[in-house]
Ligand binder design. Structure first.
Ligand code: E4P
Length: 218
């Protein structure tokens, strides 16, 4: 299973990459705003240089022609750049055009199986269903992942499933059990994945016993 980092924070990405936990990165306009860098093209290029894997940069045009133009420009920034396109009617047109030019597209803001089917048919390299936002409105985000994985297998689509809007460690556990190709995970959730109270308790006991041994006579 691949881990992408859902962030535009270059220092966090660098740190997690050094641990071998960063196979790619996803950004969006909100994450760019959080990073506080207006030179977004330069930031995307820096992220690509660190990650050496797929890095999604999102278009901000809303019409198909604008998305295609922006997508071509983004794709030319770096060979690792993946163009993130919102899953709208105009978005589908842009996905088909860019994918036809061998530009990899990540179809974002996916909330239904029909949307996932459409973007796969349009040739998207990746689909990003937002599980946390579905959970927020009382729907079952992971059920959507299960359905997409099953349907993509049924019809042998090459589109890779990126579990997005990951909020907590159980989203990662469930993604792995369902066979999703990728989870895109915020840095704070990566840190939570390694934490376990029994690890802390066990380590404290080992250290206490070690201290006792050092203080003993023989
Ligand atoms: C996915 O690519 C998005 O950047 C992201 O997962 C959105 O997550 P959020 O719902 O926590 O904003």
């Amino acid at each position: 299973m691949k881990f992408f980092i859902d962030s535009a924070d270059i220092e966090a990405i660098r740190e997690i990459k050094a641990m071998g936990m960063c196979d790619g990165v996803t950004t969006n306009p909100s994450l760019m705003a959080k990073a506080g860098r207006k030179d977004t093209d330069a930031l995307l290029k820096e992220i690509c240089a660190v990650v050496q894997g797929p890095v999604s940069g999102e278009v901000t045009a809303l019409d198909a022609e604008g998305m295609v133009a922006e997508g071509r420009r983004l794709a030319a920034l770096d060979p690792h750049l993946v163009v993130k396109i919102p899953t709208t009617y105009a978005g589908l047109q842009a996905i088909a055009t860019l994918s036809g030019e061998n530009i990899r597209v990540n179809a974002t803001l996916v909330f239904s199986l029909n949307q996932a089917l459409l973007v796969a048919k349009a040739g998207a390299a990746y689909v990003s269903p937002f599980v946390g936002r579905l959970d927020d409105v009382g729907e079952d985000g992971m059920q959507l992942i299960s359905d997409i994985v099953e349907v993509y297998e049924n019809y042998e689509y090459d589109t890779e499933v990126i579990v997005a809007s990951v909020r907590h460690p159980m989203h990662v556990v469930d993604s792995a059990l369902l066979g999703a190709h990728i989870a895109t995970i915020p840095p704070e959730v990566i840190r939570k994945l390694v934490a376990h109270p029994l690890t802390d308790k066990g380590l404290a006991a080992f250290m206490a016993d070690w201290e006792t041994l050092q203080g003993s006579g023989s």
